[in-house]
Design a binder for this molecule. Structure first.
Ligand code: SF4
Ligand code: SF4
Length: 352
């Protein structure tokens, strides 16, 4: 934790329930305010004050926020989280405690971004805030283990394929009474129970299938599109990748899916693991440069949003800034690729 001065203990907003207006700053602070550089944030890319100032605290974003809908708590809404960032920026609250809890709970779904009439770039604020927590807050041991387990498994396809064997076996042998048993699991293992509930149906055969490195265009060739196959996507949702390649090929693209590609770094970036995300971004940029593609398509929104931000992620690195921006400019969601070529559609359309 940074040693920046604060005006007192972390305010505990956890008792707030129901729809409420943003609390007045003086209510929370007992009237005390300080303004000291970046406050509780360190100097490496803290949330920009001008981005924080864009929020007029109108609350239009609140109904779109799933965590606010779930808990009805101001500090689990976009407005509340921006308010917390402002307070941390002024050094009024530390980054540990309530601040970390409420920022951790944000799903990063960005539903609030499109809902905001003031154009608040909450995505950029969140991406500036999470690395601050990673650098400056010491998490509990269980938290550290849980996060390490996630980052040791999910970005690695081979490990995921091995895990798919266990997952498939578990799903096959899972007794019907499991749900009742899981309901009795103590709260401290709640995250494992939640992960169990999110496990998609596992097909070992699909998990071990590989995309062809080149799927040729059907008919007249429009260009070369690189396909990000992803980590979890390629192992647990492989048919989606195959369908994506079929659609792109039918639209006249040579689809290039380099075998050497690895995780795009989105998982790390969205969790504030900036250094890890930067290394993964560099590797992926180099892979698709070698593939010499015109466009880079993804069918995973979270990966796409990260890859589109490589320019900002590597902006401070003179050796990579230009390459990262050039890469980001080529990134498209599959729906964008299809939409951009709609006027010259090649594949036959059928009624939905
Ligand atoms: S983020 Fe936008 S919609 Fe939400 S409170 Fe701020 S200005 Fe209003
Ligand atoms: S990104 Fe976070 S704050 Fe915004 S709507 Fe999603 S959960 Fe709520």
């Amino acid at each position: 934790m940074t040693s920046h001065p604060t005006t007192g203990p972390s305010p505990d907003f956890s008792s707030e329930r129901g729809e409420k207006a943003a609390p007045e700053r003086a209510d929370v602070l007992g009237g005390a305010e300080t303004s000291l550089g970046h406050g509780s944030f360190d100097d490496h890319r803290p949330p920009a004050q001008e981005l924080l100032d864009d929020c007029v605290h109108c609350g239009f974003c609140l109904p779109t926020c799933p965590t606010y809908a779930l808990w009805g708590e101001e500090m689990d809404s976009p407005r509340g989280r921006i308010y917390l960032m402002e307070m941390a920026e002024k050094g009024e609250i530390p980054l540990d405690g309530s601040f970390t809890t409420h920022i951790d709970r944000c799903l990063g779904c960005m539903a609030c971004v499109t809902a905001c009439p003031s154009g608040v770039q909450y995505d950029r604020l969140l991406e500036a805030t999470r690395p601050q927590i990673e650098r400056n807050v010491t998490r509990s041991r269980s938290d550290r283990w849980f996060r390490e387990a996630i980052f040791t498994l999910f970005p690695y396809k081979r490990r995921l394929r091995a895990a798919s064997l266990v997952g498939a076996l578990y799903q096959k042998l899972r007794p019907k009474s499991t749900e009742k048993l899981l309901a009795k699991v103590p709260d401290r293992f709640g995250r494992l129970v939640a992960m169990e509930s999110l496990l998609p149906p596992v097909s070992v055969r699909q998990a071990f299938r590989r995309m062809p490195e080149r799927t040729p265009a059907v008919g007249e060739r429009r260009g070369r599109v690189g396909l990000l196959t992803g980590c979890v996507q390629d192992v647990f949702f492989h048919p989606v990748n195959e369908a994506t390649a079929r659609v792109l090929a039918a639209e006249g693209w040579d689809v290039i899916a380099p075998r050497e590609q690895a995780c795009c770094g989105a998982l790390g970036l969205h969790a504030g693991r900036e250094a890890e995300a930067i290394e993964r971004a560099k590797k992926l940029i180099a892979v698709f440069e070698r593939a010499q593609v015109d466009t880079i398509a993804t069918n995973v929104a979270g990966c796409g949003s990260s890859m589109k931000e490589y320019g900002e992620l590597l902006a401070d690195d003179p050796a990579w800034a230009e390459r990262a921006s050039a890469f980001a400019a080529k990134v498209r969601d599959i729906s964008e690729v299809v939409d951009e070529t709609l006027a010259d559609a090649r594949a036959r359309r059928h009624p939905i």
